[in-house]
Design a protein around this ligand. Structure first.
Ligand SMILES: [Zn+2]
Length: 293
């Protein structure tokens, strides 16, 4: 008797589990509509597994030099909860980079937000979809350069999303007409730290004014950053000898991804973290041209 009651229960449970999906209030048409709605809101970021979170991307190809080059199968840097396009550069639409550069920016923005939540990374221009010259830049030609606004705070010390890049003096105060803004030492340092420590995209340059570089290194020591990271940051942060002093943004360049070489060409300096074997030495003139923004 006892056994047959258990069997009956089992049979009932089985029957219910078979019936349940078809008798659900959400019919096939409704669930299709739901899927479509979800797809409209979040095209390629299903949140089920860790793997699914990384969007599948084309194998981009960076060709030539940063100052004379092209870009194939470019990846668009999308806006997100952590990244925004600075308003001034929106119309130009030059937000294309190599797979490596776009991934680097996404990882860096996520890391800064994890450590110091509440701000978005404001990004200026990367490259055109097919690369080549962009007005106002010498480089940015093959998807390996990006201009990034500094993280900044408003008068109430809240993160501020700028329309355009804002310049800061050595004390971290905004320069006219941005006197109410402050250079966000902690977030800007975390950004630099994450950029230089990335394993997939190796940073060659971060152009930034020397006064701000010194502020960032002081912040790094105060925050007890690992000495390995400070050494790298000290090596890659450079105020360009000629032209723009970079008091209002970081210009970041990554080395050619190994898979894109030798069509993709680097120039000195080759830091210890250069991926693979550095190419033969180029002329000093070409090195100088390569060290431009
Ligand atoms: Zn630049």
């Amino acid at each position: 008797m006892r056994t047959s009651r258990t069997l009956l229960g089992l049979a009932l449970a089985l029957a219910l589990s078979v019936i349940a999906p078809t008798s659900s209030v959400v019919g096939p048409a409704a669930s299709q509509a739901q899927e479509a709605a979800v797809a409209t809101v979040a095209p390629h970021r299903p949140r089920t597994t860790r793997r699914a979170r990384t969007p599948r991307r084309p194998n981009s190809a960076s060709i030539g030099f940063a100052f004379r080059g092209r870009l194939r199968r470019a990846v668009h840097l999308d806006e997100s909860a952590l990244i925004r396009h600075a308003g001034e550069y929106r119309a130009g639409g030059n937000f294309y980079g190599t797979t490596e550069l776009v991934g680097l920016l996404e990882r860096a923005a996520a890391q800064v937000s994890r450590r110091l939540p509440g701000a978005r990374l404001s990004v200026g221009e990367l490259s055109r979809q097919s690369g080549g010259p962009i007005p106002g830049h010498r480089s940015h030609q093959n998807g390996r350069d990006v201009d990034i606004a500094f993280y900044m705070l408003d008068g109430a010390q809240h993160p501020y999303d700028p329309y355009a890049f804002a310049a800061f003096d050595r004390l971290g105060h905004g320069i006219t007409p941005n006197e109410s803004l402050t250079f966000d030492d902690a977030r800007n340092w975390e950004l630099v730290a994450r950029l230089v420590a990335d394993a997939d995209a190796r940073v060659q340059y971060i152009f930034v004014a020397d006064t701000l570089k010194q502020r960032l290194l002081r912040t790094a020591r105060r925050r007890r950053a690992p000495s390995r990271v400070i050494t790298r940051a000290e090596a890659v942060m450079v105020q360009p000898a000629h032209g723009h002093p970079h008091r209002n943004h970081f210009h970041v360049r990554i080395y050619c991804p190994p898979g894109d070489r030798p069509a993709c060409e680097d120039r000195e300096p080759y830091h210890a973290w250069y991926p693979g074997t550095p190419p033969a030495r180029a002329s000093a003139a070409e090195d100088a041209a390569a060290a431009s923004d």
